[in-house]
Design a protein. Structure first.
Length: 487
């Protein structure tokens, strides 16, 4: 694939930025330039929001019937599926995804979610629900109508760019909202492809607008008075800023933030079954996943055995350029992210934890933003490495003596996004899961990434609101009660 160049997508056309600055997109495995996009100015953001505002206030999209909206979205789904191989190649080059991950979480599963949303608004979601008659001073009845919230600012992260764009865009469009999508500055290309697909599918002018930029552009978008709702995916630090930027105008805010998810392993399980989840929590997309199970809590009687098995499995991880089908773990997204991960690894050393595996850069790779899979042992839950999100290929192991201690350790975190429980008796696993303060808990290896029917969202500092399926759709809808007298 050649280097790609995009302009901003505003009001149904490709437009130049008002400024001259550009963002250069690198392949994180090779550090080669693979694309350039504008670094949008505040006036560019204003133009995009005004286009979305006109499309919502004066355009046909919010007034389309669910069937009419579904027809457009299904055409868009067809275009996506036709171009899926192109999207997979782009996710490898832009996000550093392995081929196996490109074929699942990066592209194929998002397509499933998009089509599900297009069909959901046609077949199963009730936009109007009758209210039963109420007897009071008069006899009254009516309906509760779900109406599109308005102009939605969609701000996504770099780790799964196409998936995260889809998780926001699909419910926004299906609800009847209009949108301004701002992808992460390191992975903007997969967002602009969505603009091409929207054009081909016949999405009305101004319904989808795509802009780029870093912090200044993000603040201009999330604080803009023409925006009614902000949906953001990223770090908890930036999420707090987004929340504060939206507060003066009381915008609705949906935040999908960080995690430090615990994987509880009881004494009676077959550790051979458990090891892939521990290794996957460290190495899937080089650890760049908010709900990955990076904090392993294992019964103390099995700790040494588990660590030995995990180290042997890590020996089989192939770190390298994800364009090679043999690669099982690719790079981090940028030099800055690698520096952050390496700094946290150094902090782990300083606080007294020990590296049982890895800890440095792969010796055989002289280009790209790579870090070895790294496993820490002798970790206390109060340590920085047990509390802060690495967003890199680093896992920690902590022992526990009984179920109560395991649950206490799991919940002793400012985050509450994901979790895992392994127990030979599924009833025990379910009981423990009910005690974990997290939005998603996977039992004995169960996962929810492929299902459009799960609720994706966290407790505590992991965010506000939900994504996926009906739960995600309802975030973009406002309930209005319309009541009339029976007389």
């Amino acid at each position: 694939m050649t280097s790609l160049t995009y302009r901003l997508y505003i009001d149904g056309s490709w437009q130049d930025s008002d400024g001259d600055a550009v963002l250069t997109v690198l392949n994180p495995a090779t550090e080669e330039v693979i694309g350039t996009v504008p670094d949008a100015t505040v006036s560019d953001i204003d133009r995009a929001v005004r286009a979305a505002r006109r499309a919502f206030d004066d355009g046909p999209w919010p007034n389309f019937t669910p069937r009419e909206r579904s027809a457009v979205l299904l055409r868009m789904a067809d275009v996506m599926e036709r171009r899926s191989e192109e999207l997979k190649e782009l996710s490898i080059r832009e996000a550093g995804s392995t081929r196996a991950l490109a074929d699942t979480l990066q592209v194929t599963i998002p397509l499933l979610h998009f089509r599900d949303m297009a069909e959901r608004v046609l077949f199963s979601y009730q936009f109007e629900q009758p209210m039963p008659p109420t007897i009071g001073a008069t006899l009254a009845q009516g309906v509760v109508s779900r109406e599109p919230y308005g102009v939605a600012a969609l701000v996504s992260a770099y780790n799964f760019p196409f998936f995260l764009n889809i998780l926001k865009l699909a419910p926004a469009l299906a609800s009847g909202c209009t949108a301004v999508l701002k992808p992460a500055p390191t992975t903007p290309l997969e967002a602009f492809v969505l603009g091409e697909m929207a054009e081909e599918a016949g999405l009305p002018t101004g319904v989808l607008n795509i802009v780029t930029g870093d912090a200044a552009a993000g603040e201009a978008l999330t604080s803009h008075p023409g925006v009614d709702l902000v949906s953001f995916t990223g770090s908890d630090t930036v999420g707090r800023l987004v929340y504060s930027q939206a507060a003066p105008s009381l915008k609705k805010v949906v935040l999908e933030l960080g995690g430090k998810s615990a994987n509880i392993i009881t004494a009676d399980v077959d550790l051979e079954r458990v090891v892939p989840s521990v290794v996957g929590g460290m190495t899937t997309h080089a650890g760049q996943g908010c709900s990955l199970l990076t904090r392993t809590l294992v019964h103390r009687s099995r700790l040494d055995e588990l660590v030995g098995l995990v180290k042997a499995s890590l020996d089989q991880v192939v770190v390298g350029n994800p364009a090679d089908p043999a690669t099982t773990m690719g790079p981090l997204i940028s030099a800055a992210q690698r520096a952050k991960v390496e700094s946290l690894i150094a902090t782990g050393h300083d606080e007294g934890a020990h590296v049982a595996y890895g800890g440095g850069r792969p010796a055989h790779l002289d280009r790209g933003f790579f870090v070895e899979p790294t496993l820490f042992v002798d970790v206390e839950n109060a340590m920085t490495i047990a509390q802060k999100e690495f967003f890199g290929p680093v896992g920690i192991v902590i022992g526990f003596d009984d179920e109560d201690e395991a649950v206490r350790l799991a919940n002793d975190s400012e985050f509450g996004l994901g979790g895992g429980v392994w127990a030979s008796d599924p009833v025990d696993a379910y009981r423990i899961a009910r005690r974990i303060r997290a939005g998603m808990v996977y039992l004995n290896g169960g996962g929810a990434g492929s299902s459009p029917h799960t609720a994706f969202g966290g407790y505590k500092q992991s965010g506000l609101g939900l994504e996926r399926g009906e739960f995600g759709l309802e975030e973009f809808l406002h309930a209005k009660s319309i009541i009339w007298s029976a007389r």
